[in-house]
Design a protein around this ligand. Sequence first.
Ligand code: BES
Ligand code: MN
Ligand code: ZN
Length: 496
Amino acid sequence: MKFALQSAETPLKPEVCPVIGIYENNELTPHAKKLDSQSRNELTKFLKQADLQGKMGQTLFLYNLPGTKHPRLLLVGCGPKKTLNEQEFRKIIFTAAKALMVSKATKIAFQLSLEVKNHDTAWKIKQAIEVFSDALYSFNEYKSEKQPAITLQEIIFPVTDKKELKKCEKLFNQGIAIADGVNFTKNLANQPSNVCTPTYLANEARKLAKQYKNLKVTVLEKKDMEKLGMGALLAVSQGSIQPPKLICLEYKGKSSKKPVALVGKGITFDTGGISLKPADSMIGMKYDMCGAATVLGTIKAAAELNLPVHLYGIIAAAENMPSGTAVKPEDIVTTLSGQTVEIMNTDAEGRLVLADALTYAERFHPEIVIDIATLTGAVVIALGIHASGLLSNNEKLAEDLIDAGNESFDRAWQLPLWDEYQEQLKSPFADMSNVGGRSAGTITAACFLSRFAKKFQWAHLDVAGTAAMMGQGPDRFATGRPVPLLMQFLINKYGK
Ligand code: BES
Ligand code: MN
Ligand code: ZN
């Protein structure tokens, strides 16, 4: 999909389909008014008989309206005439996208002329790009009968005010980079686990590193991990014939600040291991690498924008399988940090691979480490699919992430990380158990991680509910979250 920014004075070609806003009771937005006078009020006449009432969620294509050179127009309902809030604006864009998906339009121009409370044109453009791209996404790689291809090729944003052009350009570029990062993450996450193995993830990282000049990749193999003593990551992978990979990316933007590290859980399939999941709970577990996919998508977006930040991506990739060589309940392993863990449940594998990845991050001397993981079913019970769980050892960092989430409509909600919860991780034989019982499952998982995150400001995003829709039916898909949150965080902190 091509997005284009242009001056409103540049005439639109006839094949372009203008997208025009209509308020409730068919009141006209400024662009609609113009069209109405050009057509000698044919538009108003038409609206009187049409089934469109201008309600939010309604759309209507108009063909061959007199007085305009565009044979096709799209009218979009915008609700009652008033200044819109952010969610309403996004909903209008989403509705337009869904209508255009099944139309034959090849090029469109947004001429909605809508006011959004507290926001300028540049903001609207960035939002429109992200929402549009999200709505148009599809993944048909494995369908033998290709669904009818989307004919839409170009989306034009006419900008009226010349003074606004610079800022529009900036947010336009941000929107595209974020949308592309989100798509990259979705594509990777939607791959089945017979394709997307730890080796595949490593190769995707290598491909990315070839595309961007400031991006380097190194991959630690099983033998490297053995030498280093990554007992936790190795334990998780030992039941699978797929070798584990620790994938390290370094993006070096122009920055004199200490680096940020993003650490991703990359379990390419989570059967639970010997603590085997029931069949129904296993559906969706190809998405247990969404943390890894998010790290790659975010780094891609940052590199695309040439963001002035020094960024590391560390992905702990393994497959969690039961077998004769698999790790067993009550096995004790030594982590890279030297701390020992009694593995009471082999299905709590994410925290094990992350433990070693977090310790490994220390060598890059990061100021901030953020891990992203589909870590607990408990976070879906607590927060559902709308907010990611956020836990942190630093209040300012937590606040910044919450703000970035609100700003990008990719929200996170903080849970406490009080010392009291640490008690639940006691083991009679090792330094800790890898599970803390049924209560506060998301918090005790984060408590476990916190023991490997003492050397830096650290935040943990539990994205088990937000990174993908994992239901049993046909509605299973990756969302690309939390790429928008992380990009907003990086832009706010380093991009200005
Ligand atoms: N990958 C799962 C978490 C998960 C569950 C993600 C549902 C998405 C949807 C994780 O590895 C896991 O199995 N966690 C266990 C932890 C328990 C054994 C302490 C869980 O949440 O049940
Ligand atoms: Mn598990
Ligand atoms: Zn898992």
